[in-house]
Design a protein around this ligand. Structure first.
Ligand code: SAM
Length: 244
């Protein structure tokens, strides 16, 4: 059936491409891609050659109408470089416009780094809040963290290796020293998930920025251990000094 097909692709291990995703890519008249080199590698893996057209943050507004116009009589697949399109990736406006034009919209679900990381961390999963990438600049990042400090849910965010330690430190400051996990290179050779308090993780990565792709998972408020008696004494002394 003609229309728009949102196709999730692997976040590392090419074996994670589902048979249904492969079938849709094979049947596609056109594949809208972020980076044609990345998608070409995936297509080679399944022995498929289909026309690709770039669809990324910089050209999306210009090319969207043309893509939507083709969905009436052609199978248009949307992929991103990795994982589920639309999740910290372009695509939502394409879906919006495809719907507005009355086209069929189908999703082919599959890998998503945020969800995969949460399954590794061992933190509560009943309520979660996805933050995507926090701002890179310290002040904007602190403001973004403050905005979510009172949300009673596990937080999920994407981060890069060089910024990880500073990000964990800012999270500890803004949220309190909660339990957290750093998931790295999911589904790849060096997959790992390190858990601990935000400050212990910040210490760990301070002078050893990790390589590869990273998801940070932060437990909800109240997960942190209760303050020790010595902390309480110190807090009391501190409070007394402030009394008039
Ligand atoms: N659409 C993708 C998804 O569904 O997960 C996310 C795209 S976003 C531009 C890329 C970020 O996702 C990376 O910077 C990293 O934070 C995270 N990521 C992607 N692949 C990953 C992997 N294999 N392991 C850990 N994190 C990953």
């Amino acid at each position: 059936t003609p229309g728009l097909y949102i196709v999730a692709t692997p976040i590392g291990n090419l074996g994670d491409l589902s048979p249904r995703a492969a079938a849709v890519l094979e049947a596609a008249d056109l594949i809208a891609v972020e980076d044609s080199r990345v998608t070409a590698k995936l297509l080679r893996h399944i022995g498929v050659k289909r026309p690709m057209t770039p669809y990324h943050d910089h050209n999306a507004d210009a090319v969207r109408p043309g893509l939507v116009a083709q969905m009436g009589d052609r199978v248009v697949a949307l992929v991103s470089d990795a994982g589920t399109p639309l999740i910290s990736d372009p695509g939502y406006k394409l879906v919006r416009d495809a719907r507005a034009a009355g086209h069929t919209v189908v999703t082919i679900p599959g890998p998503c780094a945020a969800i995969a990381a949460m399954t590794l961390a061992g933190l509560p999963t009943d309520r979660f809040f996805f933050l995507g990438f926090l701002p890179a600049k310290a002040q904007a990042r602190a403001a973004a963290i403050e905005e979510v400090a009172n949300i009673r849910a596990t937080l999920i965010l994407y981060e890069s290796g060089p910024r990880l330690a500073a990000c964990l430190r800012a999270l500890a400051e803004g949220l309190g020293d909660r339990e957290a996990g750093v998931a790295r290179e999911i589904s790849k050779k060096f997959e790992e998930c390190v858990t601990g308090t935000l400050s212990s993780l910040a210490d760990r990565y301070e002078n050893a920025p990790p390589k590869g792709e990273i998801v940070v998972i932060v437990g909800p408020p109240g997960e942190a251990p209760p303050p020790s008696e010595t902390d309480a004494d110190a807090a009391l002394r501190e409070a007394l000094t402030r009394l008039p």
